[in-house]
Design a protein around this ligand. Structure first.
Ligand code: AGP
Length: 608
C-alpha cells in the first residue's frame, strides 16, 4: 500500500504535505515525493528511502505554493528508486499524479500509448495513469472530469488518485476504486489523504470517497461526480478519533504504545457490545434470529487477522458447537470454496483494505453468503462491502505489527461466539454471564502483565542472537503461537516457526540443535503434560526451553518461565500473546531494527 496526501488552501503546502506524509509513513516507506504548484507549473521533488530523505531535500527549498500532492511508496511495480517514486507526470507536466493501488492492465495501455508517441521514464503503472489521463484530456477537449471518467472505464485494478493539471491552477482532482481516499474539509482549505491520521490535526470533518467516484477540490469547494461525470451529493462524516491516537505520547515506538493501549482498546470494544451482563449486536445489524439460523462459519483473513480466525475456530466450536472453517484470504479467493447452506462468512481485517481479504469477501458475496466484517478502520473498503460490520474500537494502529487491533478482534470474536451459542441454545443464562465476566476481566489481567514488562525485556536480551525460534502449542495454544511467531519474525527478523506441539516430531525436530530456542505456550492444564513432553523431546537435543504458562500450570523442565494470570482457557490467547508481543518488541529494539516500519512490510497490503 502507499500513502497519499494533498492540500489546497491559503497556506504554503510544503510543510502540510510533509506532516501528512509522516503520519502515513507506516503505509509505505521505500520512497517519497511531492509536487507543489508554482507560477509556471510544478516543483516535483522525490527521494529514495525514508521520508527523512525527502525532508532533507526540501529543507532549503523556498516553495511557497499553496496547492500540492504528496506520496509515500511501498514498491509494487519497479524498484524503490527516485525514478519510480511518485508523483508521476505526463511528458510536459500537463498531468501530475500520485496513486495508491495497482493498475492490472497497465502494460497493454502503455504499449497503446507508445503508438501515440508517448515515452516512459519509469517502470511504474502510475506513470501510465498520468499519460493515459493526458491522452484523454486531449480527446475530451481538456475536460478533466471526462478524462478521468474515461480513465476509470479503461483500466482494471485498484486506485486512489490525487491529480493536478497544469492548466487548472486552483484545483486538485481525486478518484477512487478499492483503495481508500478521504477529503478533509476546513474553512478556505481542503485536505486529501489515504487515512485519517494525516489530516486529524487540521480537521475532523471528512468525506469518504466511494468506488468509481471523482471529486474536484478547490480552496473552498468540493464537488463530487459519479463515473458518468454526473454530480452527486455526499454526507460529511465527523471523525470520533483524537489526535493523541496518532502520536507516540512518550513511548519510543508506536508498537510499545499500542501494546500498552490494549487494555483500553479491549475495554472500549467490550463496552460497545456488552450492557448489563448481556451482549447486544444491534450496532452491527445482526439479529438473534439471524444467528439462530447459522449452521456454518467460514472465517478469512491475512496474517494476524488469520490467526485471530484460528483462535475463534476453537472458541466457536466449543461454545456454539458449530462447524467452523478458517482460511487465508489469499487462498480462499482462488480455490472455488464450497460454502455450505446457512454459512456466515466472517472477514477479519484491521485496516479493512487488505486486497486479498477484500477479494475473498467478494468471492463469498458472489455465492450469496451473508458476510460480517470484524474491522478496525471505520469506513474502510471491507467495512463498506460487508452485509454486517462489527467495529473493533482499538483506535488508529500505526505500527506495522498489529497488537491492540489483534487483541480487540479476539475479544469481539469471543463475544460474538457467546451470543451465537446463546441464540442456538447451547449455553444457558448462567454460563453466558460467567463467560462475559471472564471476558470483562481480560483488560485488567493484561495490565498485570504489562507491569512486568521489564522482566520480559531481560528475558529477550538472552535470546537476541538466536538463529531460530520454534514456538509450539496444543489446541488453542497453537493459535497463539502462530501469532507469536509472526510478531517475532516480523519485527526482529529472526527466523521463527510455529507448530502444533504434537507435530514437531514429524520432521521439523530435525532442525533442533544446540541452543535452538523452543517456546511453549500452555494455558490448558489438561494438555500441559503432553506439551511439556514435546518440549522435553527438543531439550534432549540441545534446545533451550521458554514456557509462557498460565498461573495454574507448573513447569519442572523449562529453563525460563513467564506466567500470565489464570483465565478461562478459551480466552487465554488474549493474555499469552502479550509477553510474546513485548518479547518481539525488545528483540527488534535490541537488534537495532526499525520497530514500527520493519523492512519489506507495510501496514496494510492493498495489492495481491
Ligand atoms: C500483522 O502484524 C501484520 N502487519 C500483517 O500480518 C497483517 O495482520 C495482515 O497484513 C492483515 O492486515 P489487516 O488486518 O489490515 O487485513
Amino acid at each position: 500500500m502507499c500513502g497519499i496526501v494533498g492540500y489546497i488552501g491559503n497556506k504554503p503546502a510544503k510543510d502540510i504535505l510533509l506532516n501528512g506524509l509522516s503520519k502515513l509513513e507506516y503505509r509505505g516507506y521505500d520512497s517519497a515525493g511531492v509536487a507543489i504548484r508554482n507560477e509556471n507549473g510544478f516543483d516535483i521533488i522525490k527521494s529514495k528511502g525514508k521520508l527523512e530523505n525527502l525532508k532533507n531535500k526540501l529543507k532549503d527549498k523556498n516553495l511557497f505554493g499553496t496547492c500540492g500532492i504528496g506520496h509515500t511508496r511501498w514498491a509494487t511495480h519497479g524498484e524503490p528508486t527516485e525514478f519510480n517514486a511518485h508523483p508521476h507526470n505526463s511528458y510536459n507536466e500537463n498531468v501530475v499524479v500520485v496513486h495508491n493501488g495497482i493498475i492490472e492492465n497497465y502494460l497493454e495501455i502503455k504499449e497503446k500509448l507508445v503508438t501515440y508517441g508517448y515515452t516512459f521514464y519509469s517502470q511504474t503503472d502510475t506513470e501510465v495513469i498520468a499519460k493515459l489521463i493526458d491522452f484523454y484530456l486531449n480527446e475530451t477537449n481538456q475536460n478533466p472530469i471526462q478524462a478521468i471518467s474515461k480513465f476509470m472505464l479503461r483500466v482494471t485494478g485498484s486506485y486512489a488518485l490525487a491529480i493536478m493539471f497544469k492548466n487548472l491552477k486552483d484545483e486538485i482532482y481525486v478518484a477512487r476504486k478499492d483503495s481508500p481516499l478521504i477529503i478533509g474539509i476546513c474553512n478556505n482549505e481542503n485536505f486529501i489523504a489515504s487515512d485519517v491520521p494525516a489530516i486529524l490535526r487540521y480537521t475532523k470533518d471528512v468525506y469518504y470517497l466511494d468506488n468509481y467516484q471523482m471529486a474536484k477540490i478547490s480552496t473552498n469547494s468540493t464537488i463530487f461526480y459519479n463515473i458518468d461525470g454526473m454530480e452527486v451529493k455526499k454526507k460529511l462524516t465527523h471523525i470520533q478519533m483524537d489526535l493523541s491516537s496518532a502520536e507516540k505520547n512518550g513511548f519510543e515506538h508506536f508498537m510499545l504504545k499500542e501494546i500498552h493501549e490494549q487494555p483500553e482498546a479491549i475495554e472500549k470494544t467490550i463496552k460497545s457490545l456488552v450492557k448489563n451482563e448481556d451482549i447486544f449486536l444491534d450496532r452491527t445489524g445482526i439479529t438473534n434470529d439471524f444467528l439462530s439460523k447459522i449452521e456454518n462459519i467460514f472465517i478469512i483473513g491475512c496474517g494476524s487477522a488469520y490467526h485471530v480466525g484460528i483462535t475463534l475456530k476453537y472458541v466457536f466450536e466449543k461454545l456454539a458447537n458449530i462447524n467452523v472453517q478458517v482460511d487465508f484470504a489469499s487462498e480462499f479467493r482462488y480455490r472455488n470454496p464450497v460454502l455450505l447452506k446457512n454459512t456466515l462468512l466472517i472477514v477479519i481485517s484491521q485496516s479493512g483494505e487488505t486486497a486479498d481479504s477484500l477479494a475473498g469477501l467478494k468471492e463469498a458475496k458472489k455465492q450469496k453468503v451473508p458476510t460480517l466484517g470484524i474491522v478496525n478502520v471505520v469506513g474502510s473498503s471491507i467495512a463498506r462491502e460487508v452485509d454486517y460490520v462489527l467495529y473493533t474500537l482499538a483506535g488508529p494502529e500505526i505500527s506495522v505489527a498489529t497488537t491492540k487491533a489483534y487483541s480487540a478482534q479476539l475479544v469481539a470474536g469471543y463475544l460474538l461466539a457467546i451470543k451465537l451459542a446463546e441464540c442456538k441454545n447451547k449455553i444457558n443464562q448462567i454460563t453466558r454471564k460467567e463467560l462475559i465476566k471472564d471476558v470483562i476481566e481480560i483488560p485488567d489481567k493484561i495490565s498485570v502483565i504489562l507491569k512486568r514488562q521489564n522482566e520480559i525485556q531481560m528475558l529477550s536480551s538472552k535470546f537476541v542472537n538466536v538463529k531460530n525460534i520454534f514456538l509450539i502449542g496444543r489446541n488453542i495454544d497453537y493459535a497463539v503461537v502462530l501469532e507469536g511467531s509472526l510478531k517475532m519474525k516480523e519485527v526482529s527478523y529472526i527466523h521463527t516457526e510455529a507448530y502444533p506441539a504434537g507435530e514437531l516430531k514429524h520432521g521439523t525436530i530435525s532442525l533442533i540443535e544446540n541452543n535452538s530456542l523452543v517456546i511453549g505456550s500452555i494455558s490448558n492444564i489438561n494438555l500441559a503434560e503432553k506439551t511439556f513432553s514435546n518440549m522435553l523431546e527438543t531439550k534432549s537435543r540441545g534446545a533451550i526451553l521458554l514456557g509462557f504458562l498460565t498461573k495454574d500450570i507448573r513447569s519442572t523442565i523449562c529453563d525460563y518461565v513467564f506466567e500470565v494470570p489464570q483465565i478461562n482457557p478459551l480466552f487465554a490467547n488474549s493474555l499469552v500473546i502479550v509477553p510474546m508481543q513485548i518479547m518481539s518488541y525488545y528483540l527488534s529494539v535490541l537488534k537495532g531494527n526499525d520497530v514500527d516500519k520493519p523492512r519489506n512490510l507495510a501496514k496494510s497490503v492493498t495489492v495481491e
